[in-house]
Design a protein around this ligand. Structure first.
Ligand SMILES: [Fe+2]
Ligand SMILES: [Fe+2]
Length: 303
């Protein structure tokens, strides 16, 4: 199968992008807690009419913190996965080896970037925010699945990142410029990762054949279910963090509405927006056209 992408071209593109964690956050580069962090299409706080404007801003920032925490968390399984994938193929194609090592190096940098952000957030926000995890436990659970299933989850995540930035973040001028800059720099490097993951999925499915493709697609679905359950927990944590930050206890009805709106918002952010990305669906359709149709059929529940 001839791929849309080449290792040489991806490597050349990634070598044009150079930034350091220190350039993006820390020192005089501070978060502005008077402004929202996440675009409304991901945060979905506006329809929560039982919250004041100040409370909507607090919830938006809690979601912004959770957003980057979750990226840090998934990158903790992406990094070892990419390294494990590159090692058996070191002598095959120099561009392939260098492109995957660059990919791994960038994810290690992103993990550090998100940790630095978390430290700044904790200092400025004032109250603690609980999150799912710990990341190494989730990474272990994810990596226990079929490699092609894990590769499909990573492909989903990389295209999802592209979509978030291009459709929601880039033209939103209300966002905190520091948070937005962080998302922009992350997006720039993730654009290459999405192509490398496509190449990885293509290579794995060519070698593994129909049996591996079936296992991989089944495990992609299983991992989606596992993450879906984790996001239900995260919505619950966000409600607790919100009540602490806002110094207010929501009544039963408000809690139900919070849960329902924010669980759906998390599902769209991390599941729906990836599984409906046209490039992700194209790769799945190449593996198995029926699996693509199935994903398109169930996707509305995550949107
Ligand atoms: Fe990343
Ligand atoms: Fe990535």
């Amino acid at each position: 199968m001839k791929s849309r992408y080449s290792f040489k071209e991806v490597l050349q593109n990634s070598e044009k992008i150079r930034w350091r964690v220190e350039d993006i956050i820390g020192g005089d580069k501070r978060l502005d807690f008077k402004r929202p962090f996440l675009p409304e299409s991901l945060a979905r706080v506006e329809s929560m009419d039982f919250l004041s404007d100040r409370e909507k801003l607090l919830l938006n920032q809690i979601r912004g913190y959770g957003y980057l925490y979750t990226f840090g968390l998934v990158e903790e399984f992406i990094l070892p996965f990419v390294l494990d994938h590159v090692r058996p193929h070191l002598d095959e194609n120099d561009y392939q080896t260098r492109a995957f090592l660059q990919f791994a190096g960038e994810e290690a940098k992103h993990i550090q970037l998100f940790k630095q952000f978390a430290a700044e957030f904790k200092q400025g926000f004032g109250t603690p925010c609980q999150t799912i995890g710990p990341p190494d436990e989730i990474a272990r659970a994810v990596l226990a699945h079929h490699p092609l299933g894990v590769a499909l989850v990573i492909l989903h995540i990389e295209w999802m990142t592209q979509r978030h930035y291009l459709e929601s973040v880039r033209d939103d001028h209300a966002l905190d410029p520091q948070f937005k800059s962080l998302l922009r720099h992350h997006w720039m490097e993730e654009a290459q990762h999405a192509k490398l993951d496509t190449l990885m999925v293509e290579l794995m499915s060519e070698v593994g054949g129909a049996e591996d493709i079936e296992k991989g697609l089944n495990d992609y679905a299983a991992l989606g279910g596992m993450l879906n359950a984790a996001f239900r927990d995260q919505a619950e944590f966000d409600m607790q963090s919100f009540q602490l930050a806002a110094e207010r206890v929501l009544d039963r009805d408000e809690q139900d509405r919070f849960r329902s709106i924010q669980t759906q918002a998390l599902c769209w952010t991390f599941l729906g927006s990836g599984m409906t990305h046209p490039n992700f669906l194209e790769t799945v359709g190449d593996l198995n056209p029926a699996a693509r149709v199935h994903i398109e059929e169930i996707a509305p529940a995550f949107c």
